[in-house]
Design a protein around this ligand. Structure first.
Ligand SMILES: Nc1ncnc2c1ncn2[C@@H]1O[C@H](COP(=O)(O)OP(=O)(O)OP(=O)(O)O)[C@@H](O)[C@H]1O
Length: 311
């Protein structure tokens, strides 16, 4: 999957089902079911989730509980069998078509022949060309304007310009280097700067730090916090790290497996910005313990061995 805003011209079938109420301020997932062909157990079953605009929400749970499937469904990249998803009142397909959805996958997927600066700038250049087509689509489908981020696509504002973005992720000195000359952590920072620079309305991050060592992860968490604090993009973040989920999030969604379901939603009631005082506070450790306990009961709930692939 690409790190750029998900692009799709697929508007076919974008109309909401009559029973779905468009909510302009939330991502709303209702009764989502998904069973992959050839499997006997649902990857997602009756998943309910409400994500308020401008919040940072982490999905955590045992391997195979459907975190990536849910993320891809929200991105409009994965179909589902039943239920509904609305993104600030629009369908995932509409949000994709409006380039309102950004994705940061595990691997940074940079273009090796471009410099760091050119990699971060590239989507803006591409989007400038797409803007005319997008304006035309929005005229035909007014619901799309409701999910377009202010300053989305080519509209760089005061702090979303490339220099500021590179500065926020500490890459100013590497701006003219090529990806091959960067460490894994630096490459992921380029991918994150590029994704935020597009000013998507929502950013979906699928274990973006999983390939990195703990020291680098810690540093990237702090940089992501700084970036998010300024951008306030709505983020759905998949992780296996309790520390990461609690440090970054307003809410941690604990999922259970077999079938994939939301087990518990835990509020992270910690002040922002999250400086050292917050990150070392006993309150943070208390919330981490709550998440760990919830993960344990989620694991026990889905622990029964089941053959996932029929036949
Ligand atoms: N393309 C596919 N075909 C068949 N089954 C699939 C497919 N993709 C995922 N699954 C199954 O769906 C379930 C959910 O997978 P998913 O990747 O969403 O889980 P996850 O929570 O993201 O896992 P992990 O933490 O290991 O990345 C798993 O049982 C997985 O085996």
């Amino acid at each position: 999957m690409s790190a750029e805003a998900v692009s799709s011209d697929a508007l076919a079938g974008a109309a909401l089902a009559p029973h779905v109420v468009a909510d302009p301020d939330h991502i709303v997932v209702r009764g989502l079911h998904k069973t992959y062909p050839g499997t006997s157990v649902a990857a997602l079953s009756d998943v309910e989730l409400v994500v308020p605009r401008g919040t940072f929400v982490s999905l955590i749970g045992p391997s195979g509980c459907g975190k990536s499937t849910l993320l891809r469904a929200v991105a409009g990249l994965e179909g589902f069998d039943d239920g509904s998803i609305t993104i600030f009142g629009a369908t995932p397909e509409e949000a994709c078509a409006a380039k309102s959805v950004g994705l940061v996958p595990q691997a940074p997927a940079l273009l090796p022949w471009l410099t760091v600066r050119q990699n971060v700038e590239l989507p803006h250049k591409v989007n400038r060309r797409a803007d005319r087509r997008r304006a035309e689509r929005e005229r035909k489908h007014p619901a799309l304007s409701a999910v377009s981020a202010p300053g989305a696509s080519s509209g760089l504002d005061a702090f979303a310009d490339v220099d500021s973005l590179l500065d926020m992720v500490n890459l100013t000195d590497a701006a003219d280097k090529h990806p091959g000359a960067l460490s894994g952590g630096m490459q992921q920072r380029v991918a994150i700067a590029r994704a935020f620079g597009l000013r998507p309305e929502i950013l979906l991050m699928d274990e973006p730090f999983s390939a990195l060592d703990e020291f680098t992860r810690e540093a990237l968490r702090l940089q992501l916090l700084t970036l998010w604090q300024r951008m306030r993009t709505t983020v759905l973040f998949v992780t296996h790290s309790v520390r990461e989920a609690v440090t970054l999030s307003d809410q941690v969604v604990v999922m259970s497996a077999r079938p994939g379901q939301v087990h518990e939603v835990i509020d992270v009631d910690l002040p922002r910005p999250r400086g050292a005082d917050v990150l070392l506070s006993p309150q943070l450790h208390t919330i981490e313990d709550r998440v760990r306990a919830s993960l344990q009961s989620a694991w026990e709930a889905g622990a029964a061995p089941v053959d996932l692939v029929a036949g």
